[in-house]
Design a protein around this ligand. Structure first.
Ligand code: CIR
Length: 477
């Protein structure tokens, strides 16, 4: 029998969530220097304690939903002034330690208990971070919980920084993605995320929870063209990040070709998925390669079987004036066009889709058998500039706990109005917690609901709740 938490299977974006991998903001986030913020992929420096408070609400919602036992005797956990948030901190007595809400730092500490894995991982981290041999020996001698914390935060307890933090580890989505019973590991485009990928690789290959899946971990190979090229140009490098991968139905994966996921990365991922018979259909959505859009999940996510939240201008190309000379002459035209191609195993010619809405409608109606007309909820109520402002703060990046119940930021006011106009209940998490704790609401009876999460600080890290989650197990849709 499999222990709870050890089963990997995801075949949709909206099946009831059973197990998820997350990482709470660690001290590394509080050590991002202004001069490095952009290099480390933050637009600004963040206030650690505020981010943590906001994130703790997220952990509580996940526990209410996936592992309520953990909250049974601790309904006010985290609100006690003197416990220093122990409930939320891996490696500390009192940590929630759930089998359904898995914390990356805890899983890392687990594998570091094995001497041979500890040695290999310390050597690998020290190699990519340029540590001295003696630093490597010192790290190797630490006990697992402390070592895990240092490998993530980059800093010793004294505050000394050994290497940079990896503040984007909170976005566990980008580390890899479970597709049916397989794990497709990422290959990050940005140097700032390399150590995250290394830690994720060690975790999946070595943690006993995933032992049954070792032969089902898929790794994107280096493209030979890339390392044979002269110079350091990133062209042709095969990169892929989880925010660009959506398993929308048991046999259909959408992959974004974006600022982060290269054409070679898409090609290699598609080959792996077809060769291993993971899915029969892969749709590639090429989006403009720019920071605002980063991954496809910053532009659209699924809410229920027939509803999606999207940035409308990316579907309609509304802001372009057709026929202008610029459209023909500028190279940018090609770069900024959305192109959608659907590939099937052993079929030579891909099918083309006119726009993102027609693709998503075909997912809902054909793949998922929805009999209702597909509904699109637009970022910022489709009003310029609120559509783009709210997309920037992740109005389109929602996490579905189940079909129709999603988590999103509380700051995207016009998008929230669109949800209401489309018949959704909208409830702030503080209110929901009170109702649950007073026994007035049962989480599982919620339907078609957007849960609003505090976001003033968290949203400045540039990712929403889809980015902050790696679903490991969902019920079949
Ligand atoms: N899936 C996502 O869209 N992830 C968001 C990642 C944000 C992070 N600051 C980054 O730039 O990589």
């Amino acid at each position: 029998m499999k222990t709870p938490g050890s089963q990997l299977h995801v075949d949709s974006e909206i099946g009831r969530l059973r197990t998820v991998l997350i990482h709470s903001p660690d001290n590394g986030i509080g050590r991002v220097a202004p001069s490095k913020a952009q290099d480390w992929l933050f637009e600004d420096i963040l206030h650690l304690e505020t981010v943590r408070k906001e994130y703790d609400y997220y952990v509580r919602v996940l526990l209410y939903f996936l592992d309520p036992e953990k909250l049974r005797d601790r309904l006010s956990a985290g609100d006690e002034p003197n416990d220093d948030r122990a409930f939320y901190k891996p490696g500390i007595r009192g940590f929630y330690d759930s089998d359904h809400v898995l914390e990356m730092e805890k899983l890392l500490a687990d594998i570091l208990g094995d001497e041979s894995i500890r040695e290999k991982l310390c050597a690998a981290v020290c190699a990519i971070e340029g540590c001295s041999y003696n630093q490597q020996l010192d790290l190797n001698a630490l006990e697992p919980d402390r070592l895990a914390r240092i490998l993530i935060s980059g800093s010793l307890k004294s505050g000394e920084m050994l290497f940079p933090p990896i503040p984007n580890l909170i976005f566990t989505r980008d580390l890899g993605i479970v597709i049916n019973g397989y794990v497709l590991l990422n290959k990050p485009a940005k140097k700032a995320r390399n150590r995250e990928a290394l830690l994720a690789r060690y975790m999946f290959f070595n943690h006993p929870l995933f032992a049954a899946y070792r032969s089902k971990i898929l790794e994107i190979p280096h493209s030979v063209q890339h390392f044979l090229r002269p110079g350091e140009a990133p062209d042709e490098k095969a990169t892929l990040e989880g925010g660009d991968v959506m398993i929308v139905s048991p046999n259909h994966v959408i992959i974004g070709c974006s600022e982060r996921t290269s054409a070679s990365g898409v090609t290699e991922a598609m080959r792996l998925l077809f060769d291993n018979e993971v899915v029969e259909k892969v749709t590639v959505v090429k989006i403009p390669h720019k920071r605002d859009y980063m991954h496809i999940d910053t532009l659209f996510t699924q809410v229920n079987r027939h509803t999606w939240v999207v940035l409308h201008s990316i579907c309609s190309g509304r802001n372009k004036i057709k026929g202008e000379p610029l459209e023909y002459l500028s190279d940018k035209k090609k770069q900024n066009d959305v192109q959608i191609l659907q590939f099937k195993k052993n079929k030579e010619k891909p099918k083309k889709f006119k726009n993102i809405e027609s693709l998503l409608a075909s997912v809902s109606e054909k793949d998922l058998g929805s009999t209702e007309k597909t509904v699109f909820i637009y970022s910022g109520n489709d009003e310029f500039p609120h559509d783009e402002r709210e997309q920037w703060t992740d109005s389109c990046n929602l996490l579905a706990l189940k079909d129709g119940v999603v988590l999103g930021y509380d700051r995207n006011d016009r998008s929230v109005e669109s949800f209401k106009a489309n018949g959704f209940q909208v409830i702030p998490v503080e209110e929901l917690s009170k109702q649950i704790e007073a026994g007035k609401t049962d989480f599982h009876s919620l339907e078609n609901t957007l849960i609003l999460m505090p976001s003033a600080e968290l949203s400045r890290a540039r990712g929403g709740f889809r980015c902050m989650s790696m679903p490991l197990l969902r019920d079949p849709i």
